[in-house]
Design a protein around this ligand. Structure first.
Ligand code: SF4
Length: 307
């Protein structure tokens, strides 16, 4: 089962606004060639999304106004950088100006509609995935044509028991760079255009159209696999893929044929890596077309706030 690793119980009714805000600025937290967003929260070192959630939650408990749309309208890049600066590691947040702009836009749209809580959007959309997805397009942070943040936000709201949908079957997978890297390596998605393949191999930036084409293909692959496998829940399958790609199919040194001691795969997915013969290895190693190759593809290079 997909589930979240951070409890939001202590945020009470503000949990929806918390997730809406956090997902809006959750993109490119491990940019290629740069140090990942990281820091210590509660004595534990966290990276990327895990750090973002833990640090913002800590800040929101100290100052609940952080979760109010009226406050979002005035948030500056400097204030955001200060919120996410770590005492030991320093400031690692990239594109703070753009992220703050996205937050101010969240506030502007919410206030324009007279909404102080994202729950109003849910009710105004008849609790329908399809209608909420369309409504979210009005926010810059959620305007991705492949809707990565939108599907992610809706899955988080469902998995935290905050929202239920009348048409849950339309909840799709949020496709980010971990998903792209894993599927390109396994071969569930193959790039046949020579020019695009060359860009992937040489880590040259792709354009908007190519980014949408690659991620749409990955989206469709996950939906198809969820369907033919009988799971019938693309969002749930995404969580499985995402955790394995993030922890096992890492960018530089994937654990194809043996999980290393530092592997961060959550315990609930560990059984998938156990086979009748030792050692534990990547669950996809028997079918992956890159398992024994040294020229594995990485995700495409693309600067964006979509994912
Ligand atoms: S076998 Fe290796 S390349 Fe293939 S999905 Fe697993 S970790 Fe990635």
């Amino acid at each position: 089962m997909d589930r979240e690793d951070v409890s939001l119980d202590d945020l009470s009714t503000a949990a929806g606004n918390f997730l809406f805000l956090t997902v809006a600025i959750s993109h490119q937290t491990s940019p290629m060639g740069r140090r990942p967003l990281a820091g210590d929260v509660g004595g534990t070192r966290r990276h990327g999304w895990d750090f973002l959630v833990a640090r913002l939650k800590e800040a929101a408990k100290r100052d609940p106004s952080l979760l109010e749309p009226a406050r979002w309208r005035t948030l500056t890049a400097e204030a955001l950088e200060n919120l996410l600066r770590d005492r030991r590691l320093g400031g690692r947040l990239t594109n703070a100006v753009e992220r703050a702009t996205l937050i101010r836009d969240l506030g502007d749209v919410m206030v324009r509609h007279g909404w102080s809580d994202v729950h109003s959007l849910y009710e105004a959309s008849g609790r329908s995935v399809r209608t909420i997805l369309s409504a979210l397009e009005e926010f810059q942070a959620y305007s991705d044509p492949v809707r990565k943040k939108s599907h992610f936000f809706l899955a988080l709201m469902r998995n935290n028991g905050i929202w239920k949908y009348v048409d849950e079957e339309y909840l799709g997978p949020p496709v980010d760079y971990h998903e792209v890297r894993g599927h390109l390596r396994i071969g569930t998605v193959r790039v046949e255009a020579p020019d695009l393949l060359a860009k992937l191999r040489h880590r040259q930036p792709v354009d908007d159209e190519e980014d949408t084409a690659i991620r749409s293909a990955v989206f469709e692959a996950i939906v198809l696999i969820a369907d033919v496998s009988g799971l019938k829940d693309a969002s749930r399958l995404h969580y499985l893929f995402w955790h394995i790609f993030r922890s096992v199919c890492t960018r530089e040194q994937p654990h194809c044929l043996e999980l290393r001691r530092d592997c961060t795969l959550p315990l609930r997915y560990r059984a998938l890596a156990e086979f009748s013969t030792a050692p534990s290895r990547c669950p996809f190693s028997d079918v992956c077309m890159s398992a024994r190759r040294s020229d594995r593809l990485n995700e495409h290079a693309f600067e964006t706030h979509y994912y």
